[in-house]
Design a protein around this ligand. Sequence first.
Ligand SMILES: C[S@@+](CC[C@H](N)C(=O)[O-])C[C@H]1O[C@@H](n2cnc3c(N)ncnc32)[C@H](O)[C@@H]1O
Length: 512
Amino acid sequence: MPEQLPILAARLRTDLQNARFDVDAVDALWGQVAAAALHRGTRTPALRAVGGDEPLSTLATLFVLNTAVGEVELAAALPELGIDGAVALGLVEVAADGGIHPLLDLRPYGFVDSRGVGSWWIASDLGEVVTGRPLREDHVLGVGGASTTLSGLMLDSPVGSALDLGTGCGIQALHASRHADRVVATDISARAIELARLNAELNDVHTIEFRRGDLFEPVAGELFDHIVSNPPFVITPRTAGVPSYEYRDGGMAGDALVEAVIEGCAAHLAAGGVAQLLGNWEYRDGADALDRVGAWVDAAAAASASHAGLDAWVIEREVQDPAAYAETWIRDGGTTRGPAFEALVGAWLDDFEERRVTAVGFGFVTLRRPAAGAAAVMRRFERLPGALGHNALGLGGHIADSMGAATWLAIIDDEALGRTRLTVASDVTEGRHYWPGAEDPTVMTLRQGGGFGRSLDLDTALAAFVGACDGELSVEAIIGAIAQLLEVDDVALRSDLMPRVRELVLTGMLAR
Ligand SMILES: C[S@@+](CC[C@H](N)C(=O)[O-])C[C@H]1O[C@@H](n2cnc3c(N)ncnc32)[C@H](O)[C@@H]1O
């Protein structure tokens, strides 16, 4: 990247702003149907819809549809940067026929976080559909489903320092820069660091320091208040002929990379700091993979200098069988069905068989180093099936609240909890199902509209309890009244309900 990066990036920013190169304007250029097709990777409907030589059309054709444009049109679309500037930034090349071809994808990206609505432009490498070739091994991904899952889960209360490990195009570092005074973004790939730096400059963000290196090596001896990582967790056979993409594969056997990132996070969290990462984990010999993740967390806690332990919250969203897992990642690399595809599936299955892997889990891990003088209070490993994708938006606040609730629940005994007044969270609804003609419901369910969208079957006592939580009566007063109503022993009811009330508080269905 040229030395004049800051100047050129600022000129490009001015041009993109003046052209109104934003998500809504670009979508409006080709309409919803074409936008949906584009989302699936099909460009033709958008190419047929886009027209005219307005700067917005030219920029969208070149950088979003990754299709060549004319020199005159581009010069008009980038009056500040100029074509020479775009070439110097590595965005385009001028073909012999004078046509301008894209070398990078550059697209607007919109988001909402607790600070409000925001938008950036993100440059990344061109996909294989455009280049017509399989991906380069140092391919830098744009913002994908896993990226938005992690950014949606990101806690965003103000902190001093944040680390984005495996920054790629820099998307998580940019999000972290919204709440951290200082961000360090690392990547093993020189190309990723180059593109992430371009993206930070382009978006006028100057609080991110970029460092190249393997895993935690660039931050040896440093502690952070917040660590985020969408690491290269894809399990890949270490077999000759199997491509190893930097953007998804950390070069280790099986799920060892995820174990290493958990260990590194534990060693680099400041007191009270939180790490959030995505990962895959293997089910070996039919054993529960979440137990393996639990063992990694325990080992990481034991190995780190602090003896306070680690809070851990691990959520598994999806489990795939070995063949389906192999197919997913072979397709992701651009290999289409045929003999080469089948050979790669064979390599994946051999690799899984060697470790007796029966399935692969995907999910996210949250770790918290207890505040100074405090001990770990949370250890939660659970399955919440279903993809998150964009629905992760805004979950950071929910995770922070749940972790705050875990700390509160750890110090409050049942007697003190009994004196508390709780209210049903505003996103919680109750569903009742009846046998036809019956007066009493056969099934009662509590549903959470926000958070992780949990649902919980209720029995009569818990339904009555939740129904009475309007902040007026204390927990013990409600339990006493229900015991009378149901003519059951008050002490027995209390010991039955209290753990379930704690669970509802922790999951955000009952508010303190
Ligand atoms: C899945 S991508 C994540 C990119 C981006 N953070 C996001 O969320 O979209 C993983 C990144 O980790 C980087 N990476 C791969 N191996 C690494 C290693 N050993 N140390 C540090 N980074 C690595 C890759 O180059 C890639 O940019």
